[in-house]
Design a protein around this ligand. Structure first.
Ligand SMILES: Nc1ncnc2c1ncn2[C@@H]1O[C@H](COP(=O)(O)OP(=O)(O)O)[C@@H](O)[C@H]1O
Ligand SMILES: [Mg+2]
Length: 348
């Protein structure tokens, strides 16, 4: 009777808005909102992921629906742990007994403290993982986006998630300069809500704001061949503040540009200040090689072009912007030597 251990390499992007699980040779096997719902009477988790997100804003008081990672920190550790456990279980559906050797890399927002990182590590270890590595999001994003993080010439990544924007300049497998700002997709949504209220006296929900942002949001309005603004529109339903009644209005991409203008400049400032923190030689490399955008927020229409105009450097959106962190965590398992260095090169 022979033993054959199957080694399963798993990468987890534990994001503030979405959690993705990547398994080597399979790709992304799970992609769920980072939301968990608990029944406060039964004192147990009743739903995680999309099912829990659907309960947001609708659950009775006996049920708590939370996003356990907020603004880049773990705000509710028990819920975060339970959620992570449930996702790993789902991703491992056909576990095949205990003969599996599980190796996991978890990408966490860079605002997460060392203590929290260790706690995440424990959760994953308790799930049966023999080896666990914690990578900070920007490093994982850079690897996943296909940047060569080991080169002496620096590379630059800007990952815009739900809770945080993580900007990093990486060289020789380590982070040389970085900025983490608690300003990302969630704040973009809030800006849209505020704009609609101020401009149209219309109160819209966060979900509607997010749909508008994804649908017609932009860092600036496109121009057509004749040089005129190419305006797109999308209906938005909310409550008219004056009458208190439901109302639908057509929102334009110009509205979205105005709503998001300040948010976008906040990101631009973060990019500039990160470059300022880098040693001059590396800053010069970056000016030539440019920067890559990742994360859901990195997909905002024309954001790449705007940062390019503001900084003068080439900016591209990663082809797999949304999956970059998950893929980077999974891919990093391909070279354990390097991975150990990336994981130990955590910035403080
Ligand atoms: N096409 C898009 N344009 C602008 N923002 C987007 C788009 N798609 C997703 N987002 C935003 O990206 C954010 C989530 O990105 P994600 O990388 O999953 O975050 P996290 O890593 O924090 O979990 C959300 O705020 C979402 O609204
Ligand atoms: Mg992320």
């Amino acid at each position: 009777m022979g033993f054959s251990f199957i080694t399963k390499d798993m990468g987890i992007d534990l994001g503030t808005a979405n959690t993705l699980v990547y398994i080597k040779d399979k790709g992304i096997v799970l992609n769920e909102p980072s939301v968990a719902a608990r029944d406060n009477y039964l004192k147990r988790i009743i739903a995680t992921g999309q099912k829990a997100k659907d309960m947001l804003g609708k659950a009775p008081s006996s049920i708590s629906v939370v996003r356990p990672l907020q603004e880049g920190v773990i705000s509710d550790f028990d819920m975060a742990a339970a959620m992570l456990e449930s996702f790993i279980n789902r991703a491992l559906e056909n576990r095949g007994g205990s003969k599996m050797r599980l190796r996991v890399v978890v990408g966490v927002p860079s605002g997460v403290t060392e203590v929290e990182k260790r706690a995440v590590e424990d959760v994953v270890r308790n799930m049966g993982a023999r080896e666990v590595y914690i990578l900070e999001e920007p490093m994982a994003a850079a690897i996943g986006a296909g940047l060569d993080v080991d080169e002496a010439e620096g590379c630059m990544i800007c990952d815009i998630g739900g809770g945080t924007t993580d900007i990093a300049i990486i060289a020789l497998g380590g982070i040389v300069a970085s900025t983490s700002i608690r300003y990302a997709g969630d704040k973009f949504n809030e800006a849209v809500v505020a704009y609609m209220r101020k401009t149209y006296g219309l109160l819209i929900g966060e979900k509607t704001a997010e749909e508008l942002k994804k649908g017609i949001g932009c860092a600036f309005v496109d121009l057509n061949e004749l040089g005129y603004e190419d305006i797109k529109t999308m209906p938005a339903r909310g409550r008219d503040l004056a009458s208190g009644l439901p109302k639908t209005i057509d929102v334009t991409s110009k509205d979205m540009y105005l709503a998001l203008e300040e948010s976008v400049e906040t990101i631009v400032d973060g990019v500039k200040s990160t470059i300022e923190k880098a040693p001059p030689e590396i800053a010069a490399d970056i000016a030539i090689h440019g920067m890559v955008l990742s994360g859901g927020g990195g997909m905002l229409h024309n954001l790449d072009a705007l940062i390019e105009m503001r900084t003068g450097m080439k900016v591209t959106v990663a082809e797999n912007a949304f999956e970059a962190v998950a893929m980077g965590t999974g891919m990093s398992l391909g070279n354990l030597e390097k991975l150990k260095r990336y994981a130990s090169n955590r910035k403080r």
